[in-house]
Design a protein around this ligand. Structure first.
Ligand code: CP
Length: 318
């Protein structure tokens, strides 16, 4: 595998099954590939804050014997210009073309976290920053969440679901939930495409106006009635996102979409999932988050497994 930016990169290279098999091996024995990354360097570049992605990816690299260099763009480094053809007489000191090329000289693999700006949909959905890093660094790139996807999170979500709901095809419900700030669609987009690639029975529920981009949800059932969507669910995955059509807009903060014990009672004793960080008593109530049904910590723990499996396959192709 030469890059990991979406489920398609996995499917069109080593295959999703191979990634899941590797995930199973590293979950059973975290040190089983302890030398795979020896004398290799992973650079981790953060344009945006992170707790889980930052720590889990470093931990995964350590388990593979890799060295890591972590950089917060703007505070640790020069501020970067990401648009082409601009007169750089503003705040940005260095263009991503040179910065990426230089980092490619120091690192064998680069991980990039960059969020959607939520102002220019074409710019965000072209994945301008991520694609620039891929083009100009000259080394394999792993997405640590991009403008439109969060594939390491989605792989961890899939590993978590498969470990808890084996046997039959589970009903997985992705539900929009309220949030005070406008958030990107990346986690929801990515979760949908990974669940569909893994042949889950995926139901997506959200208020009208929160439709995700069609290319991510083809094959899912879309409902605007959250209660009906939750009926018989095996997994409830809550997430807020801003509008795709009215790009970046908050159209609703309706608290009746918060996940409560009453909502969970409609399900098939469903497990509750969220990628974290989560706003308590806005997205989900304390009662649900602190209940045995909540598996958000296992989900976060599996971020190490997903990063380790992906880095292993990127290392194999060097
Ligand atoms: N879920 C997730 O990506 O968490 P962080 O933003 O803390 O990395």
């Amino acid at each position: 595998m030469k890059r990991f930016t979406s489920v398609h990169d996995a499917a069109h290279s080593v295959g999703l099954d191979a990634i899941l098999e590797t995930s199973g091996r590293v979950a059973a024995d975290p040190w089983c590939y302890a030398d795979a990354g020896r004398r290799r360097t992973l650079g981790l570049l953060f344009f945006n804050p992170s707790l889980r992605t930052r720590m889990s990816t470093q931990k995964a690299a350590q388990l593979l014997g890799m060295d890591t260099i972590v950089m917060n763009v703007g505070s640790d480094s020069w501020t970067l210009e990401t648009r082409d053809g601009v007169v750089m007489d503003g705040g940005a000191t260095e263009h991503i073309r040179e910065a990426a090329a230089v980092m490619g000289q120091y690192c064998d693999i680069l991980g990039i976290r960059t969020f959607a700006g939520l102002k220019d949909r074409d710019f965000d959905y072209a994945e301008t920053v991520l694609e620039s890093m891929i083009t100009y660094s000259g080394v394999p790139v792993v997405s640590l969440e991009s403008a439109t996807r969060h594939p390491l999170q989605s792989l961890a979500d899939l590993i978590t679901i498969q470990s808890l709901v084996p046997a039959r095809r589970p009903k997985v419900v992705l539900t929009w939930a309220p949030h005070p700030k406008a958030l990107p669609q990346a986690v929801a987009n990515s979760f949908a495409e990974w669940m569909l690639a893994a042949n889950m029975d995926l139901v997506i529920t959200h208020p009208e106006g929160y439709e995700l981009a069609p290319e991510f949800v083809r094959g899912a059932t879309i409902l605007h009635d959250q209660d009906s969507a939750l009926d018989g669910a095996d997994i409830v995955y809550a997430k807020n996102w801003s509008s795709y059509q009215q790009y970046g807009a908050i159209l609703s903060k309706d608290p009746s979409w918060t996940i409560t014990p009453q909502k969970m009672a409609r399900t098939n004793h469903a497990r509750f999932m969220h990628c974290l960080p989560v706003r308590r008593n806005v997205i989900v109530t304390d009662e649900v988050l602190d209940s045995e049904q909540s598996i958000v910590i296992q989900q976060a723990a599996n971020r190490v497994v997903s990063a380790q499996a992906v880095l292993y396959h990127l290392l194999q192709a060097l």
